[in-house]
Design a binder for this molecule. Structure first.
Ligand code: SF4
Ligand code: SF4
Length: 432
């Protein structure tokens, strides 16, 4: 069997050889926890990759099933004592599958529409969000649910939609700094985040302003490319990366700010992704070096003390890509602890994925629900009233998870709590 080029390069071979099969990554893996099979563990998947790279197995059937079922959460990387770069291996495996697979016409059309026509286009996504607001407000969603006419994937997608408000910040002019001006940042507003959770972006901008930063919105920015990478469309991801690099004149900004863990992780990997492109390699590295998650940025630049009380027990749900890829773990917690009245309660397994993982919860909704149920049980045990997130996909997944588990909890982004504390600074009763 001819192995795919993406999996059989000398670089991938040396990455595969780093695994010593110790199994220390198994307890960290959410799919191993719920499916209990070696082939759904990091070690098992690496062995499948090694077999495919040597041409011993083909890329259809079992190989594809188990690679597809990987969440790409990269908790295994954090757990691995041998430094296995599982994320790079997964990317190669998915690109290998794409290389060999013949995609049917319907899937080709859906992918084209979602990844090329919709996600990189802010106006189209906002139009879709506006349409969905009517869909929710007019009760059409309830009628359709009762009729049960939606195909399974659309049903999963529909279940994940948060209550939409169509709040769209104005990105056409920079937002000025408040108080003492301390610098200027470029803000990447994301694609799904802008359309479906615009209130999170609005809060992010206000919090940056309040801390003395002028917030700019590079006009030709686009989707970070994470979703394309997720399904093995590496060429498209690289095109989007080049467009974002072209959109930002680095020397004008102190930092490039992302408020979504998954997007930030991809933006920080531009240097690696474009390492073989002579025209962009250095620019990609310089770009990646300037990217910061908003919590990372604010943890050392919270010039305005949040003084408004928020009397609430909260639990912080790490975004996998913020924790395991960007290694931003303590900063969001430190920020939460600076808000008066907040009691932070940790989960037993804060590093475990919620099952969102890009489009995983739409494509593999059954396994995603198993992963989510385990996470919600951990959250329930904290006794918290608020789940704090730092990533778009997790945010939507937790809104769905709270509904599914029948809990009475709010789901908010970290910056929303900071924003409320600033807005509430005259209140004395701690309500929000
Ligand atoms: S990325 Fe996550 S789901 Fe995939 S093997 Fe690693 S720990 Fe398991
Ligand atoms: S990936 Fe790392 S932790 Fe997992 S089996 Fe291989 S060497 Fe051990």
């Amino acid at each position: 069997m001819e192995p795919p080029a993406a999996l059989s390069s000398p670089k991938t071979e040396s990455l595969l050889a780093q695994c010593i099969h110790c199994g220390l990554c198994l307890p960290a893996c959410p799919t191993y926890a719920v499916l209990q099979s070696e082939t759904d563990s990091p070690r098992g998947r690496i062995q499948l990759m090694a077999a495919a790279a040597q041409g011993r197995i083909d890329l259809d059937g079992a190989f594809r099933t188990h690679i597809d079922l990987c969440l790409g959460c990269r908790a295994c990387e954090t757990a691995c004592p041998s430094g296995v770069q599982y994320g790079s291996l997964l990317e190669a495996a998915r690109a290998g599958i794409e290389e060999k697979r013949k995609i049917g016409q319907p899937e080709r059309i859906v992918r084209r529409l979602a990844l090329r026509e919709l996600m990189p286009n802010k106006q189209r996504l906002r139009l879709l969000a506006r349409g969905l607001v009517f869909y929710q407000r007019l009760g059409i969603s309830k009628a359709i649910e009762a009729l049960g006419v939606l195909p399974p994937r659309l049903r999963s997608l529909e279940a994940l939609l948060p209550p939409l408000a169509a709040v769209f910040p104005n990105y056409s002019v920079p937002a000025p700094a408040m108080g003492k001006r301390r610098g200027r940042v470029a803000f990447l507003y994301g694609c799904v985040q802008d359309a479906f959770l615009g209130n999170v972006n609005a809060a992010s901008i206000r919090v940056l302003q309040r801390n003395g930063y002028e917030v700019h919105f590079p006009q030709t920015q686009t989707c970070c490319g994470a979703a394309a990478l997720h399904v093995g469309e590496n060429d498209l991801a690289l095109d989007l990366a080049r467009r974002n690099i072209d959109a930002i004149e680095l020397k004008r900004y102190d930092a490039i700010i992302s408020n979504a863990g998954g997007c930030g992780a991809t933006l920080k990997e531009y240097g690696r992704l474009l390492a073989n492109d002579p025209a962009y390699a250095q620019r990609a590295q310089d770009f990646a070096a300037k990217v910061q998650d908003i919590s990372e940025f604010l943890a050392v630049r919270l010039h305005a003390t949040p003084t408004g009380r928020i009397d609430a027990r909260v639990t912080y749900a790490d975004s996998c890509h913020l924790r395991h890829v960007q290694h931003v773990v303590n900063q969001p917690r430190r920020l939460l602890q600076q808000i008066p009245g907040i009691e932070l309660i940790e989960m037993a397994e804060p590093g475990k994925c919620c099952g969102s993982a890009g489009v995983y919860n739409i494509i593999h909704s059954e396994t995603a629900d198993l992963v989510l149920d385990a996470k919600m049980a951990d959250i329930r045990n904290t006794g918290a009233e608020i789940i704090v997130t730092t990533n778009t996909g997790c945010h939507m997944q937790y809104i769905y998870g709270v509904k599914r588990a029948g809990l009475n909890m709010r789901v908010v982004h970290l910056v929303e709590l900071l924003d409320w504390s600033y807005a509430n600074h005259d209140a004395t009763d701690g309500t929000f």
